[in-house]
Structure formats: structure tokens, C-alpha cells
Design a protein around this ligand. Structure first.
Ligand SMILES: [Fe+2]
Length: 227
């Protein structure tokens, strides 16, 4: 592989994998929901709220940390995506209102309507993320070095509160492939406070299948928890 084909630092890849998993999992949960089961209903609504909080925070991070970087050297290149963010924030508000209405009047028709509206939101976001990973990355890669993009990434990560980070990792760790997962934890161990690494490891042990968890522990040279 010569230097022109080496993969570039991708600001979007891992967080978008997390978002895609959170979106499709939440959508599937609403599709199979028994609207008459109060426990299932509350869990589904709580997961939807978590997803919407995650999406809102993600838009804010991109607007605050990524778009100014694109505009500084590729003026106008983030305008389409920025306009879509305005629509997404409105869709998030509408889905939140619909979730409240469903909670107050839970019936199967309302559950199905919410499921369909969530499906449209997911579809729009899947296409949107593809534009970011192609058009935006092309702009970023043409105008910035990987070292500069890493600084943008570190600024984003350091701006996330611990509670919100746990939510991100809840979806990101199972969404990543084994190599990405190991690199993420190795990076945390090398650069973050010990509590952050331990917290991430705890999320991994809760969220990963036993074989995936054992593979991660081997990559980190940790003793496996299970005997
Ligand atoms: Fe976005």
C-alpha cells in the first residue's frame, strides 16, 4: 500500500456507527412493542428519549467543532448538512412530543404511528451521515492533516461529560469491529484518566457478548473476568 491509499483519520466513522446502531435498535424495539405492556412501553420511550438526546448532542458537536473547521478552508462546503441539521432538530422535537403523547394515551395505533415517524427520521439520518462521511470527509482530508483532525477529535471528546460519554460508549462499543474496539480502549488507557478507562471497560463488559469481551480483554492484556 503506498502513501496515497493509506486510510485517513475519520472524524465521523465511529460515532456514526454508534448512532446507526442506536437508531436501528430503537426502531426495532418500537416495531415489536406491545403497547399494552406498561413495562415494555416505558423502556421503549426511555430508549427513544436517550436516542433523541444523543442525536441532539451529536448535531451540536458537529456544528460547534466540525463545521467551522470545514468552513475555514472550504467555504460553503458544510451548508447543505447544516440546513439538514435544522430539519433534524425540528424532527427530534416532534418525536419527543409524540413520545409524550404516546405515554399519555398508549394505544397500538399511536405506537405504530410513532414507529413509522421514527423510521423516516432514521432514513433521513442514514442518508445524512453518508453525505458527511463522503462530502465532508473529502473536504476535511483535502484541507487538513491527520494531526490537525486528531486535535478536532480530541476537542470533541474532551467536551463530552462522563454521563453522556457512558451513553455514547453503550452504543459505540457493540457497534465497532474488534480492532476498532481495542484501539479505542487502548487510546483511553494511554490518554484519559484511569476512571474513564475503567468506566469504558465496565460498559464493554455489560454490552459485549462473552466472546467479544474476552477478545477485547486479550487485546488489552487484561485477565478475563469469567473463569
Ligand atoms: Fe450531522
Amino acid at each position: 500500500m503506498n502513501s496515497t491509499t493509506l486510510p485517513r483519520f475519520d472524524l465521523y466513522a465511529q460515532i456514526h456507527k454508534a448512532l446507526r446502531l442506536a437508531m436501528v435498535d430503537t426502531l426495532a424495539r418500537f416495531g415489536s412493542l406491545d403497547a399494552g405492556d406498561a413495562g415494555q412501553r416505558l423502556e421503549a420511550i426511555a430508549q427513544l428519549r436517550m436516542l433523541l438526546d444523543l442525536c441532539r448532542a451529536h448535531v451540536e458537536k458537529e456544528e460547534h467543532h466540525v463545521h467551522p473547521v470545514i468552513e475555514a478552508r472550504c467555504a460553503g462546503r458544510s451548508l447543505r448538512v447544516a440546513a439538514e441539521h435544522v430539519e433534524h432538530l425540528a424532527a427530534i422535537d416532534a418525536l419527543e412530543a409524540e413520545a409524550v403523547a404516546f405515554q399519555c394515551a398508549p394505544d397500538a395505533a399511536a405506537a405504530f404511528r410513532l414507529y413509522r415517524h421514527l423510521a423516516v427520521f432514521v432514513a433521513e439520518n442514514l442518508e445524512h451521515m453518508e453525505v458527511e462521511e463522503t462530502v465532508h470527509n473529502a473536504a476535511l482530508w483535502s484541507a487538513y492533516t491527520d494531526a490537525e483532525l486528531l486535535q478536532v477529535h480530541l476537542a470533541i471528546v474532551s467536551s463530552i461529560e462522563p454521563g453522556a460519554m457512558a451513553q455514547v460508549l453503550h452504543w459505540m462499543l457493540p457497534a465497532l469491529n474488534p480492532g476498532e474496539r481495542a484501539d479505542l480502549l487502548l487510546g483511553l488507557r494511554a490518554t484519559a484518566p484511569a476512571a474513564a478507562f475503567e468506566g469504558a471497560l465496565q460498559v464493554a463488559r455489560l454490552r459485549l457478548a462473552a466472546a467479544d469481551c474476552a477478545r477485547l480483554e486479550r487485546a488489552l492484556d487484561l485477565p478475563a473476568l469469567a473463569a
